[in-house]
Design a protein around this ligand. Structure first.
Ligand SMILES: [Zn+2]
Length: 497
């Protein structure tokens, strides 16, 4: 193998970057089961083959590229990867960075003739964003049984195409989708590298961080049904305009979220029939809500729903609210997280984390003491990830790569190449430790869950990777409940928590 870490990533990124990019907006439209998605998947498959990995798509449309261990036994395998799909006009790093970094990490390990004791497998999950079929992390939810395959098959995109039809068009048999306990049973841990979505690392001067938890979050569809009318002749008092309760609801969501320290967003709205000189017949809008804890999230959604009901009644508009997805709070496996922190602290700058490159980059890397004396910062995030879904079934962890502007789900999303390369080195060090002879990958589970999760430790010393199970490691979080699409309902109780 002749790949040299930094250039390997840059070369890979140059090839991958144009796939699915819209030339007009500069954003990405890598929707699942479309030609752009197929191009990304074909590129990944080709790159995996070049590295001698065996690519095995699963029954749910996820890709698995296996680096077999010496023993050829797939037990306690170490998985890494992310997703290749995007939101509408998303950034190029969201998901793609984790996949490209996984390939580049394999290059680093192969360049040093690393021989895994346990299998390493690169995973690419399908429809992580839920941008086409409405349910985020669909591939990992199907894999873990967190969504009923019958429900999933009938999910539709905005053109009315079902997931089953889209998968069939993509050459997959949607009749086979569903949980794969056998596959999950071969995995010992999953580590997902992802661009930071937010701006916590930049002020700390850190190129790489470790995830602590994922806020509980969900999506709700609101249908406001009124009556179409003429914008020039219908008297205001006679109208049943669904746009008005919708507008009131948007404002209520903002106010409720601000009061509770939550986030509430209407990012997608469809007005029908969509004439500029008419009162709409119907407005369909999607609420995305997230909060640090499930009570706050429930309160926020309840308040938004009440405001929507009240405003709808006021304007003679009917309202239905349906929960499309819900993910409880996820706390990543503490034993695995501590082990990763110890690995990275030991490898430390400049070997692993220091940003290489011109002085300008080094200058933005902040006080070296943050990285020199401690493991990477540990951060919570409001963004959902496949690692969060998998956390219900096996120890998972996430590495974040600094996003200097903090913007994501936008063409403005960005990460410096030097930081991406620091992420690759960090990921390679972690994979080498987990898949190498250092010890069993799967941290032992504690007999009972420990108390509340520790707060983020941006500057505290990393703990050594002691015997697994010490340090109050938590078990996996409760599985996400099946995602229903039943009729009008409020936010359902979070499953298991
Ligand atoms: Zn992502």
């Amino acid at each position: 193998m002749t790949h040299l870490g930094n250039t390997a990533f840059a070369e890979l990124w140059r090839e991958f970057e144009p796939l699915g990019r819209d030339p007009r907006t500069g954003g990405y439209r890598r929707y699942s089961w479309t030609p752009a998605d197929a191009a990304c998947r074909a590129w990944f498959t080709d790159q995996a083959h070049k590295r001698g990995l065996a690519v095995e798509p699963d029954n749910n449309g996820n890709l698995w590229a296996w680096w077999a261990p010496r023993s050829q036994v797939r037990a306690d395998a170490i998985a890494t990867g992310s997703h290749l799909d995007s939101v509408p006009d998303g950034g190029g790093f969201d998901g793609g960075l984790g996949v490209v970094a996984a390939l580049a990490a394999v290059d680093l390990l192969q360049a040093k003739d690393f021989n895994p004791e346990r299998a390493l497998v690169l995973a690419v999950f399908t429809e992580e964003e839920g941008a086409r079929f409405g349910v985020p992390c669909l591939g990992s939810r199907l894999l873990t049984g967190a969504i009923d395959p019958r429900v999933a098959r009938n999910l539709t995109d905005d053109a009315g195409v079902t997931l089953a039809e889209a998968m069939t068009a993509g050459g997959c048999d949607a009749g086979l989708i569903g949980p794969r306990d056998d596959l999950l049973g071969t995995l010992g841990a999953f580590v997902e590298l992802h661009i930071e979505q937010g701006r916590a690392l930049a002020p700390l001067g850190a190129a790489v961080g470790i995830a602590e938890s994922i806020w509980p979050h969900g999506r709700w569809r609101l249908d406001f049904c009124g009556q179409a009318d003429h914008a020039g002749t219908a008297r205001l008092a006679d109208r049943h305009d669904p746009m008005l309760p919708y507008a009131a609801t948007v404002l209520a969501a903002r106010q409720s979220a601000a009061r509770g320290g939550a986030l509430a967003t209407f990012g997608k709205v469809i007005a029908e029939p969509g004439g500029s000189n008419g009162v709409s017949a119907a407005v369909t809008a999607w609420l995305d809500a997230r909060a640090p804890d499930e009570d706050t999230l429930r309160d926020t959604v309840t308040t938004v729903r009440s405001a929507a009901e009240e405003a709808s009644a006021e304007h003679g508009v009917t309202l239905t609210v349906r929960q499309e997805s819900y993910t409880p709070v996820v706390r990543f496996d503490q034993g695995l997280r501590d082990r990763i922190a110890a690995v990275l602290a030991a490898a430390g700058p400049p070997a692993v984390l220091a940003t290489a490159g011109p002085p300008a980059v080094l200058a933005t890397a902040g006080p070296p003491a943050v990285l020199a004396t401690a493991g990477p910062p540990v951060l919570p995030t409001g963004a959902g990830h496949d690692a969060g879904v998998l956390a219900a079934r096996l120890p998972t962890a996430m590495l974040f790569v600094r996003n200097p502007g903090g913007v994501s789900h936008s063409p403005a999303e960005h990460a410096e190449q030097a930081d991406c390369e620091a992420g690759v080195r960090a990921l390679a060090a972690v994979l080498e430790n987990l898949a190498g002879p250092a010890g069993p990958a799967r941290p032992a589970r504690p007999a009972r869950p420990a108390g509340p999760a520790r707060p983020a430790r941006p500057a505290g010393p990393a703990r050594p990777a002691g015997p697994a199970g010490v340090s109050g490691a938590e078990g996996p979080s409760a599985p996400a409940g099946p995602v229903g699409v039943s009729g009008a309902e409020g936010p359902s109780a979070p499953a298991g928590r």
